[in-house]
Ligand binder design. Structure first.
Ligand code: ACO
Length: 355
């Protein structure tokens, strides 16, 4: 074969295609459609940020109302699907979400409408899975912002302030160019598979502990330690064994993850005396001393969600319910200029074996 190019393992530093959805600028800021993500969380709602990611520009008043109306028109879960969820009783919410998303009888077939319908249903899919798996009554959703409704569906409580903080985190989780789940979605979309198959691929990829699954493991780590010294000792031992510490390292951010630092600053505002936060900062400093790897978003997000009263089971699904709007944008972008994604491999097996 001619014209072969061998790229680094894991596609490190390989640009595989163009995107106009998100990037990290030269100063290390994460940009959504050109705007800094950390500016958006201060000044815009979750709905506005989702609109921006999906449609490429911030909404005007009428567009905002139409978009919110469109999301609301897709709320609610079909009775038969509810029955299946109650039979599944799956406590691993990512497993449950992956299954529901793939079998659900959506009312739309046109891809753009279908994807918004799917995205809008994630919060209820997640809440229902949790409650039915734990023998709890399903919750009747409240009116309010997307974040208020989701906060209530998770905790059963109505708390506009905590919901606002949740919305901030969801915006930070919403999009990150060619991360593993999004790239997997684009591979599936590039075969001209439908959005349901593409989203299922993305969910399956997000579940892994090196990606979205990391945030579900971080709190266990903190619960084991009574003091900063114990946590630092654990870091030293992990590093000595060549093991990873969850919540650290990132393919793009080698010095600092701006999202993690933003969430840490918010934590200092919300819970300045938190013992976990003190331990976290000591762990962060030690990881930098020992391995020069920064804390990533998941590290501080796990503590943040704990302080907001969100049970650990919801951490990765909550990431999914935010990132799904990025997936909508990437599905559309992939198909707008598609070529099947099909790399080659270097064969290292035997040749000419005789039977
Ligand atoms: N703990 C200890 N050392 C680490 C960690 C970590 N969490 N992450 C990276 N390193 C070290 C590696 O051991 C390696 O060191 P070496 O050069 O001495 O061998 C170096 O940093 C480079 O790490 P790679 O694993 O090659 O980086 P890569 O870009 O391939 O992987 C990844 C990135 C998967 C995120 C990795 O850092 C990791 O496994 N982190 C833990 C899981 C995690 O927190 N995932 C969440 C990602 S963020 C998100 O999804 C929002």
């Amino acid at each position: 074969m001619t014209d072969e190019i061998t790229v680094p393992k894991g596609l490190v530093n390989v640009i595989v295609d163009k995107t106009a959805i998100a990037t990290t600028d030269n100063s290390g800021n994460l940009l959504y459609r050109g705007y800094r993500a950390v500016d958006l969380v201060e000044k815009k709602s979750f709905e506005d940020a989702a609109y921006l990611i999906v449609y490429g520009k911030l909404p005007g008043q009428r567009e905002r109302e139409e978009f919110i109306g469109k999301l609301r028109s897709n709320f609610g879960v079909d009775e038969n699907a509810r029955e299946v969820i109650s039979i599944l009783k799956e406590k691993d919410l990512m497993r449950s979400l992956r299954s529901i998303v793939s079998f659900y009888p959506y009312k739309h077939t046109e891809p753009d409408d279908l994807m918004i319908e799917m995205a809008a249903k994630f919060p209820e899919f997640i809440s229902l899975s949790y409650r039915l798996a734990h023998g709890l009554e399903s919750l009747k959703p409240i009116e309010g912002t997307y974040a208020e409704r989701f906060y209530h569906l998770i905790t059963g409580k109505s708390d506009p302030q905590k919901a606002k903080y949740l919305g901030i985190l969801m915006i930070l989780y919403m999009e990150h160019e060619f991360n593993a789940s999004t790239f997997a979605l684009r591979v599936t979309a590039s075969t001209l598979a439908d959005p349901i198959s593409s989203f299922t691929t993305a969910l399956a990829t997000l579940k892994g502990p090196l990606h979205g699954g990391a945030n579900a493991e971080i709190l266990d780590f903190f619960k084991n330690f009574k003091s900063t010294d114990e946590a630092v000792k654990y870091v030293d031992e992990q590093v000595a064994k060549g093991e990873k510490v969850m919540g650290f390292g990132h393919r793009i951010y080698k010095r600092l993850d701006p999202r993690a630092q933003f969430v840490k600053a918010k934590l200092k505002e919300i819970a300045p005396d938190s013992r976990i936060l003190q331990i976290a900062e000591a762990v962060e400093n030690r990881m930098w001393e020992k391995k020069s790897v920064p804390a990533n978003l998941d590290f501080y997000a796990a503590i943040y969600m704990d302080i907001l009263g969100i049970p650990q089971d919801f951490y990765t699904p909550l990431f999914a319910a935010s990132r799904v709007f990025g997936w909508v944008a990437h599905y559309k972008e992939q198909l707008a200029d598609n070529r099947i994604i099909r790399p080659s491999s270097k064969y290292v097996g035997p040749f000419d074996l005789k039977l």
